[in-house]
Structures are given as structure tokens and as C-alpha cells.
Design a protein. Structure first.
Length: 248
């Protein structure tokens, strides 16, 4: 069962190496700036350079140890030897072509998350294939070869864990930066809006003249009307009494 699994990681590494060879060299960028043109802190660059140096050292040691393997002398069947040799060949191609290409890209853009995650996937694939080779070496190779390959495997495992921690740190930092920029954008938009003008008209309007009062006119009683019975007419003319004449 284990023998059938060995060929798949090696085939995956072969595809990675072919893609790296076709992509060509990465453009050279200023390592002091990120992919978005933002300055990168000295501590971040220093941490990345130390991590990449460890990966390059592990790659160099692994390539030397793989060359020393004598898989053709292993006491096993021909199919297993063929699969093991294919895995070793895939490892060598990736360590010599694909891995340096990804490292160069990340050096040019130290805090680029896609490039960082690309390196993590490469280390993950290398770790799986190298683990299969170490398993075969332990079963059919010499003790010295097994010890050397095991040390290489542990080195890749250590750098892979450090890279995973860096990815988590970068993701948290990017999230905080996005939150800060969003708040700054809202503040700038609010400041750019023109203030609303309030016009106060304090001039007194001219006073309108008071409307003239209409004279009330008393209604005259209608002529030819008979007052009702029992009522007295105040406006009736008083009767003139004729004084009697004295006899002469």
C-alpha cells in the first residue's frame, strides 16, 4: 500500500518544477517595499531573510544527501526502486529550480501573502515526498543515509512551521491595516463634504397699515309698517296742544 503512494507526491513536484521553469525569472523589486508599495519594517525583512537562509541551507544539504543514496542496491523489487528513484529525481528538480524561483520572488516582496503561501505549499510538498524517501531509506538503505535524510526532513519541518506562523502574523497585520484605512477613508469623506449653509434673514419686513374700520350704520325702520299691538313708538312726534285763547 505504501509503495503505491510514493509516486503521487513526486508527480506533483514534477508539475511544480515544470511550471517554475516556464514562468521565467521574477522581476526584481525593492525588498524594502511590499507588493502594494508600502514600506516593510526592518524586523519583518530580517525575520524573512533568516527563514529563507534556513530553507536554502536545508535544500543544499538535502541535494547532497540524495546524491549519496544507492537506491539501486536496496533489497526490494524493481517497481519500488523505480518509484523511489522517481521521487528523488522530482525532489532534485524542485530543489534546484522551483524552490529558488519562489524564494527569489518572496525576497523581492517580503510581505506578499500569495508569494508567502506559495512557498509554504512548496515546502509542504517537499516534506511529503522527502518523508516517503526517508521511509524507504529506513527500510532498505543504510543507517547513515537514513540519519542524513531524517535530519533534512526535520529541517524542512521546522522551516515550514516558522513560515506558517509568519503567514498568520501577516494576515493579522493586513486585517488591522484594512480596518485602519477604512476608518481613515470614512473620516476623509466626511471632511470633504461641504458644510451646510444656514441663511438667517434678520431684516424686519415693512409694517402693513392697519385696515380701516368700517362705520356701522343703523338701519332705518321700514316705512308703511304697522308696529305690533301694545308697543309704543318712541319716535312718534309729540302732539302740539293749542292754548285756549283768552276772551277780550
Amino acid at each position: 500500500m505504501k509503495r503505491n503512494i510514493l509516486i503521487f507526491p513526486g508527480f506533483y513536484l514534477t508539475l511544480i518544477a515544470m511550471a517554475a521553469a516556464q514562468s521565467g525569472p521574477s522581476p526584481v523589486a525593492n525588498p524594502a517595499n511590499s507588493a502594494q508599495g508600502q514600506p516593510v519594517s526592518y524586523a519583518s525583512v530580517t525575520q524573512l531573510n533568516g527563514l529563507l537562509a534556513q530553507i536554502e541551507a536545508a535544500s543544499k544539504n538535502t541535494q547532497g544527501d540524495l546524491v549519496k543514496l544507492r537506491i539501486e542496491k536496496w533489497k526490494t523489487d524493481g517497481n519500488y526502486k523505480k518509484q523511489a528513484l522517481g521521487n528523488v529525481d522530482s525532489l532534485q528538480r524542485n530543489l534546484q529550480a522551483a524552490l529558488p524561483e519562489i524564494i527569489t520572488q518572496l525576497r523581492n516582496t517580503p510581505e506578499d501573502l500569495p508569494a508567502t503561501f506559495k512557498l509554504y505549499r512548496e515546502l509542504d510538498a517537499l516534506y511529503d515526498v522527502l518523508g516517503s524517501v526517508a521511509e524507504g531509506t529506513g527500510a532498505f538503505g543504510s543507517k547513515d543515509d537514513f540519519q542524513s535524510i531524517s535530519n533534512d526532513l526535520n529541517a524542512f519541518e521546522g522551516t515550514r512551521k516558522q513560515l506558517a506562523e509568519r503567514i498568520e502574523t501577516l494576515a493579522t497585520s493586513k486585517e488591522s491595516e484594512i480596518t485602519r484605512l477604512s476608518a481613515a477613508l470614512k473620516t476623509a469623506q466626511a471632511a470633504a463634504e461641504p458644510p451646510k449653509k444656514i441663511v438667517v434673514d434678520d431684516t424686519e419686513p415693512p409694517k402693513k397699515p392697519a385696515p380701516a374700520k368700517k362705520k356701522s350704520t343703523a338701519k332705518k325702520p321700514a316705512t308703511g309698517t304697522t308696529p305690533p299691538a301694545g308697543s309704543t313708538t318712541q319716535n312718534a312726534p309729540a302732539q302740539q296742544q293749542t292754548a285756549p285763547t283768552k276772551p277780550q
